[in-house]
Design a protein around this ligand. Structure first.
Ligand code: ASP
Length: 323
Protein backbone atom coordinates (compact mmCIF):
# COMPACT_ATOMS: atom_id res chain seq x y z
CA UNK A 1 0.00 0.00 0.00
CA UNK A 2 1.46 3.39 -0.94
CA UNK A 3 1.86 5.82 1.92
CA UNK A 4 2.15 9.58 2.11
CA UNK A 5 4.93 9.68 4.72
CA UNK A 6 4.78 9.87 8.50
CA UNK A 7 2.02 11.82 10.18
CA UNK A 8 0.05 11.81 13.39
CA UNK A 9 -3.05 9.68 13.68
CA UNK A 10 -6.42 11.26 14.45
CA UNK A 11 -9.98 10.03 14.47
CA UNK A 12 -13.47 11.55 14.57
CA UNK A 13 -16.79 9.78 14.86
CA UNK A 14 -20.37 11.03 14.62
CA UNK A 15 -23.63 9.52 15.74
CA UNK A 16 -25.80 11.82 13.67
CA UNK A 17 -26.84 15.44 13.53
CA UNK A 18 -30.05 16.44 15.26
CA UNK A 19 -29.86 14.56 18.54
CA UNK A 20 -32.38 12.98 20.84
CA UNK A 21 -32.77 15.18 23.93
CA UNK A 22 -33.60 12.04 25.94
CA UNK A 23 -30.22 10.52 25.19
CA UNK A 24 -29.36 8.62 28.37
CA UNK A 25 -26.53 10.32 30.22
CA UNK A 26 -24.28 7.28 30.05
CA UNK A 27 -24.60 7.40 26.26
CA UNK A 28 -23.52 11.01 26.17
CA UNK A 29 -19.94 10.14 27.14
CA UNK A 30 -18.00 13.08 28.53
CA UNK A 31 -15.04 13.31 30.84
CA UNK A 32 -12.03 11.33 29.75
CA UNK A 33 -13.84 8.17 28.78
CA UNK A 34 -14.10 7.63 25.02
CA UNK A 35 -17.22 5.82 23.85
CA UNK A 36 -16.41 2.14 23.14
CA UNK A 37 -16.59 2.64 19.36
CA UNK A 38 -14.00 5.43 19.51
CA UNK A 39 -11.78 3.41 21.84
CA UNK A 40 -11.70 0.60 19.27
CA UNK A 41 -10.65 3.04 16.55
CA UNK A 42 -7.97 4.61 18.75
CA UNK A 43 -6.52 1.19 19.57
CA UNK A 44 -6.39 0.29 15.85
CA UNK A 45 -4.61 3.51 14.93
CA UNK A 46 -2.22 3.28 17.87
CA UNK A 47 -1.18 -0.17 16.76
CA UNK A 48 -0.45 1.13 13.25
CA UNK A 49 -3.46 -0.25 11.40
CA UNK A 50 -4.54 1.58 8.23
CA UNK A 51 -7.17 4.31 8.54
CA UNK A 52 -9.55 2.34 6.34
CA UNK A 53 -9.50 -0.57 8.82
CA UNK A 54 -10.12 1.80 11.73
CA UNK A 55 -13.17 3.49 10.16
CA UNK A 56 -14.71 0.16 9.19
CA UNK A 57 -14.18 -1.20 12.70
CA UNK A 58 -15.76 1.82 14.39
CA UNK A 59 -18.79 1.87 12.09
CA UNK A 60 -19.30 -1.89 12.55
CA UNK A 61 -19.49 -1.34 16.32
CA UNK A 62 -22.11 1.34 15.85
CA UNK A 63 -24.09 -0.76 13.38
CA UNK A 64 -24.42 -3.44 16.04
CA UNK A 65 -25.82 -0.95 18.56
CA UNK A 66 -29.61 -0.60 18.19
CA UNK A 67 -29.38 2.92 19.54
CA UNK A 68 -28.10 4.19 16.20
CA UNK A 69 -29.83 4.42 12.84
CA UNK A 70 -27.48 1.98 11.10
CA UNK A 71 -27.48 -1.80 10.94
CA UNK A 72 -29.56 -3.03 13.90
CA UNK A 73 -31.92 -0.16 14.84
CA UNK A 74 -32.16 1.22 11.31
CA UNK A 75 -35.24 3.34 10.76
CA UNK A 76 -38.10 1.95 8.71
CA UNK A 77 -39.44 2.66 5.27
CA UNK A 78 -43.04 3.53 4.60
CA UNK A 79 -43.69 -0.22 4.20
CA UNK A 80 -42.14 -1.03 7.58
CA UNK A 81 -39.01 -2.60 6.06
CA UNK A 82 -35.33 -1.67 6.40
CA UNK A 83 -33.31 -0.44 3.44
CA UNK A 84 -29.81 0.23 4.76
CA UNK A 85 -27.04 2.10 2.96
CA UNK A 86 -23.34 2.59 3.59
CA UNK A 87 -20.18 3.78 1.91
CA UNK A 88 -16.46 3.72 2.58
CA UNK A 89 -13.60 5.55 0.93
CA UNK A 90 -9.88 5.05 1.26
CA UNK A 91 -8.11 8.30 0.37
CA UNK A 92 -4.95 6.34 -0.20
CA UNK A 93 -5.52 5.62 -3.89
CA UNK A 94 -9.06 7.06 -3.82
CA UNK A 95 -10.79 3.71 -3.67
CA UNK A 96 -14.44 3.54 -2.76
CA UNK A 97 -17.35 1.19 -2.28
CA UNK A 98 -21.03 1.69 -1.50
CA UNK A 99 -24.27 -0.21 -1.00
CA UNK A 100 -27.94 0.74 -0.85
CA UNK A 101 -31.18 -1.09 -0.24
CA UNK A 102 -29.74 -3.94 1.84
CA UNK A 103 -32.13 -5.53 4.29
CA UNK A 104 -30.37 -8.63 5.64
CA UNK A 105 -26.67 -7.73 5.85
CA UNK A 106 -25.54 -7.43 9.48
CA UNK A 107 -22.80 -4.90 8.71
CA UNK A 108 -23.50 -2.89 5.55
CA UNK A 109 -20.21 -0.99 5.97
CA UNK A 110 -18.23 -4.22 5.54
CA UNK A 111 -20.25 -5.05 2.43
CA UNK A 112 -19.37 -1.60 1.06
CA UNK A 113 -15.72 -2.41 1.70
CA UNK A 114 -16.07 -5.71 -0.15
CA UNK A 115 -17.62 -3.86 -3.10
CA UNK A 116 -14.53 -1.63 -3.03
CA UNK A 117 -12.02 -4.46 -2.80
CA UNK A 118 -13.60 -7.50 -4.40
CA UNK A 119 -15.95 -6.26 -7.08
CA UNK A 120 -15.19 -4.47 -10.34
CA UNK A 121 -17.69 -1.76 -9.30
CA UNK A 122 -18.06 1.08 -6.81
CA UNK A 123 -21.72 0.84 -5.87
CA UNK A 124 -24.22 -2.04 -5.66
CA UNK A 125 -27.86 -1.72 -4.65
CA UNK A 126 -30.90 -3.78 -3.65
CA UNK A 127 -31.09 -7.33 -5.05
CA UNK A 128 -27.64 -7.16 -6.64
CA UNK A 129 -26.09 -6.01 -3.38
CA UNK A 130 -27.85 -8.79 -1.47
CA UNK A 131 -26.63 -11.40 -3.98
CA UNK A 132 -23.09 -10.07 -3.78
CA UNK A 133 -23.30 -10.24 0.04
CA UNK A 134 -24.18 -13.93 -0.14
CA UNK A 135 -21.43 -14.66 -2.66
CA UNK A 136 -18.94 -12.98 -0.32
CA UNK A 137 -20.21 -14.94 2.67
CA UNK A 138 -20.90 -11.95 4.92
CA UNK A 139 -23.06 -12.39 8.00
CA UNK A 140 -26.74 -12.41 7.07
CA UNK A 141 -29.54 -11.83 9.59
CA UNK A 142 -33.28 -12.21 9.50
CA UNK A 143 -34.90 -8.86 8.75
CA UNK A 144 -36.46 -8.90 12.24
CA UNK A 145 -32.97 -8.48 13.76
CA UNK A 146 -32.79 -4.92 12.43
CA UNK A 147 -36.29 -3.81 13.43
CA UNK A 148 -36.66 -2.44 16.95
CA UNK A 149 -39.93 -1.88 18.82
CA UNK A 150 -39.06 1.78 19.26
CA UNK A 151 -38.76 2.21 15.51
CA UNK A 152 -42.05 0.39 14.86
CA UNK A 153 -43.80 2.81 17.26
CA UNK A 154 -42.08 5.77 15.70
CA UNK A 155 -43.12 4.73 12.21
CA UNK A 156 -46.74 4.64 13.38
CA UNK A 157 -46.41 8.18 14.70
CA UNK A 158 -44.67 9.35 11.56
CA UNK A 159 -47.50 7.95 9.47
CA UNK A 160 -50.12 9.61 11.67
CA UNK A 161 -48.28 12.88 11.21
CA UNK A 162 -47.84 12.13 7.52
CA UNK A 163 -44.19 13.05 8.00
CA UNK A 164 -40.80 11.80 7.03
CA UNK A 165 -38.77 12.22 10.17
CA UNK A 166 -36.04 14.69 9.62
CA UNK A 167 -34.71 14.41 13.15
CA UNK A 168 -32.48 17.43 12.59
CA UNK A 169 -35.30 19.84 11.70
CA UNK A 170 -37.17 21.94 14.18
CA UNK A 171 -40.50 20.16 14.57
CA UNK A 172 -42.66 23.09 13.53
CA UNK A 173 -41.09 23.05 10.08
CA UNK A 174 -42.94 19.82 9.50
CA UNK A 175 -46.05 20.72 11.36
CA UNK A 176 -45.68 17.71 13.65
CA UNK A 177 -45.08 19.49 16.93
CA UNK A 178 -48.38 18.21 18.26
CA UNK A 179 -47.21 14.60 17.90
CA UNK A 180 -45.39 13.69 21.06
CA UNK A 181 -43.52 10.68 22.30
CA UNK A 182 -42.65 10.82 26.02
CA UNK A 183 -43.57 14.47 25.81
CA UNK A 184 -41.13 15.21 23.01
CA UNK A 185 -41.94 16.11 19.43
CA UNK A 186 -41.16 13.02 17.42
CA UNK A 187 -39.31 14.99 14.80
CA UNK A 188 -36.42 15.35 17.21
CA UNK A 189 -36.66 11.83 18.56
CA UNK A 190 -35.38 9.77 15.65
CA UNK A 191 -32.21 7.67 15.95
CA UNK A 192 -29.12 8.81 14.18
CA UNK A 193 -26.85 7.91 11.27
CA UNK A 194 -23.22 7.04 12.04
CA UNK A 195 -19.88 7.88 10.48
CA UNK A 196 -16.16 7.82 11.13
CA UNK A 197 -13.14 9.56 9.62
CA UNK A 198 -9.53 8.72 10.44
CA UNK A 199 -5.97 9.45 9.42
CA UNK A 200 -3.32 6.89 10.30
CA UNK A 201 0.30 7.47 11.23
CA UNK A 202 1.30 7.30 7.57
CA UNK A 203 -1.06 10.16 6.70
CA UNK A 204 -3.61 7.95 4.94
CA UNK A 205 -7.16 9.30 5.28
CA UNK A 206 -10.38 7.23 5.19
CA UNK A 207 -14.09 7.82 5.76
CA UNK A 208 -17.11 5.57 6.37
CA UNK A 209 -20.83 6.32 6.77
CA UNK A 210 -23.76 3.99 7.48
CA UNK A 211 -27.49 4.60 7.85
CA UNK A 212 -31.02 3.31 7.60
CA UNK A 213 -31.93 6.63 5.96
CA UNK A 214 -35.03 8.48 7.06
CA UNK A 215 -37.99 7.14 9.03
CA UNK A 216 -41.06 6.68 6.78
CA UNK A 217 -39.00 7.19 3.63
CA UNK A 218 -40.44 6.04 0.31
CA UNK A 219 -39.09 2.59 -0.57
CA UNK A 220 -36.18 2.93 -2.93
CA UNK A 221 -35.18 6.37 -1.64
CA UNK A 222 -31.41 6.82 -1.66
CA UNK A 223 -29.83 9.43 0.59
CA UNK A 224 -26.42 11.03 0.77
CA UNK A 225 -24.76 8.41 2.98
CA UNK A 226 -23.87 5.92 0.21
CA UNK A 227 -23.02 8.63 -2.31
CA UNK A 228 -19.31 9.26 -2.65
CA UNK A 229 -18.74 13.02 -2.64
CA UNK A 230 -22.02 13.73 -0.85
CA UNK A 231 -22.12 11.81 2.45
CA UNK A 232 -18.61 10.36 2.33
CA UNK A 233 -15.31 11.39 0.79
CA UNK A 234 -11.61 10.79 1.33
CA UNK A 235 -8.55 11.83 -0.63
CA UNK A 236 -4.89 12.66 -0.06
CA UNK A 237 -5.76 15.78 1.96
CA UNK A 238 -8.71 14.82 4.15
CA UNK A 239 -11.61 12.51 4.96
CA UNK A 240 -15.21 13.61 5.57
CA UNK A 241 -18.44 11.94 6.75
CA UNK A 242 -21.75 13.84 6.74
CA UNK A 243 -25.09 13.47 8.44
CA UNK A 244 -28.39 15.33 8.24
CA UNK A 245 -30.84 16.11 5.48
CA UNK A 246 -29.69 13.81 2.71
CA UNK A 247 -31.33 15.69 -0.12
CA UNK A 248 -29.57 18.95 0.90
CA UNK A 249 -26.23 17.18 1.34
CA UNK A 250 -26.57 15.67 -2.13
CA UNK A 251 -27.32 19.07 -3.67
CA UNK A 252 -24.24 20.52 -1.97
CA UNK A 253 -21.93 17.55 -2.67
CA UNK A 254 -20.95 18.41 0.85
CA UNK A 255 -18.14 15.97 1.62
CA UNK A 256 -16.35 16.59 -1.67
CA UNK A 257 -16.75 20.33 -1.22
CA UNK A 258 -14.66 20.27 1.95
CA UNK A 259 -11.88 18.49 0.04
CA UNK A 260 -12.23 20.80 -2.97
CA UNK A 261 -11.97 23.92 -0.80
CA UNK A 262 -8.71 22.57 0.59
CA UNK A 263 -7.43 21.39 -2.77
CA UNK A 264 -8.34 24.35 -4.98
CA UNK A 265 -8.57 27.23 -2.53
CA UNK A 266 -5.78 26.18 -0.20
CA UNK A 267 -8.01 26.40 2.87
CA UNK A 268 -7.11 24.64 6.09
CA UNK A 269 -9.38 21.86 7.34
CA UNK A 270 -11.40 23.93 9.82
CA UNK A 271 -11.87 26.81 7.39
CA UNK A 272 -13.04 24.41 4.68
CA UNK A 273 -15.49 22.70 7.06
CA UNK A 274 -16.96 26.02 8.23
CA UNK A 275 -17.25 27.33 4.69
CA UNK A 276 -18.99 24.15 3.48
CA UNK A 277 -21.50 24.19 6.35
CA UNK A 278 -22.20 27.93 6.21
CA UNK A 279 -22.12 28.58 2.49
CA UNK A 280 -22.89 25.40 0.60
CA UNK A 281 -25.94 23.98 2.33
CA UNK A 282 -28.50 26.56 1.23
CA UNK A 283 -31.45 25.96 3.52
CA UNK A 284 -30.47 22.40 4.40
CA UNK A 285 -29.69 21.04 7.86
CA UNK A 286 -26.59 18.92 8.26
CA UNK A 287 -23.34 18.29 10.05
CA UNK A 288 -20.02 16.65 9.28
CA UNK A 289 -16.82 15.41 10.82
CA UNK A 290 -13.44 15.55 9.11
CA UNK A 291 -9.75 14.80 9.57
CA UNK A 292 -6.78 16.06 7.57
CA UNK A 293 -3.69 14.20 6.44
CA UNK A 294 -1.74 16.37 8.90
CA UNK A 295 -3.62 14.81 11.80
CA UNK A 296 -6.14 17.61 12.48
CA UNK A 297 -9.79 17.00 13.37
CA UNK A 298 -12.69 19.36 12.69
CA UNK A 299 -16.46 19.30 12.70
CA UNK A 300 -19.32 21.58 11.85
CA UNK A 301 -23.12 21.50 11.93
CA UNK A 302 -26.08 23.85 11.61
CA UNK A 303 -28.47 21.58 13.55
CA UNK A 304 -29.20 21.79 17.28
CA UNK A 305 -26.49 19.26 17.99
CA UNK A 306 -24.36 16.45 16.63
CA UNK A 307 -23.19 13.48 18.63
CA UNK A 308 -19.46 13.40 18.06
CA UNK A 309 -16.22 12.25 19.56
CA UNK A 310 -12.65 12.70 18.45
CA UNK A 311 -9.11 11.96 19.54
CA UNK A 312 -5.60 12.44 18.24
CA UNK A 313 -2.09 11.20 18.82
CA UNK A 314 -1.21 14.20 21.03
CA UNK A 315 -3.75 13.10 23.62
CA UNK A 316 -6.55 15.47 22.63
CA UNK A 317 -9.97 13.94 23.18
CA UNK A 318 -13.47 15.38 23.00
CA UNK A 319 -16.91 13.84 23.41
CA UNK A 320 -19.67 16.34 22.75
CA UNK A 321 -23.19 16.84 21.49
CA UNK A 322 -24.19 20.47 21.60
CA UNK A 323 -22.42 23.50 20.16
N1 ASP B 1 -28.22 11.70 5.93
C1 ASP B 1 -29.11 10.61 6.22
C2 ASP B 1 -30.08 10.46 5.08
O1 ASP B 1 -30.59 11.45 4.59
C3 ASP B 1 -29.87 10.75 7.50
C4 ASP B 1 -29.08 11.22 8.71
O2 ASP B 1 -27.93 11.57 8.60
O3 ASP B 1 -29.66 11.22 9.81
O4 ASP B 1 -30.36 9.35 4.72
Amino acid sequence: MATTGCSKWAIAVHGGAGVDPNLPLERQGGGNAPPPCLAAGIAALQSGEPAVDAVELVVREMESDPFFNAGRGSVLTRNGTVEMEASIMDGNGRLCGAVSGVSTVKNPISLARLVMERSPHSYLAFQGAEEFARQQGVEIMDESYFITEANVSMLKLAKQANSILYDYKVPDTFGVSAVLMNGLPIAIYAPETVGCTAVDKYGRCAAATSTGGLMNKINGRIGDSPLIGSGTYACRDCAVSCTGEGEAIIRATLARDVAALMEYKGMGLKEAVDCAIKEKLDKGFAGLIAVSAKGEVAYGFNTSGMFRACADEDGFMEVAIWE
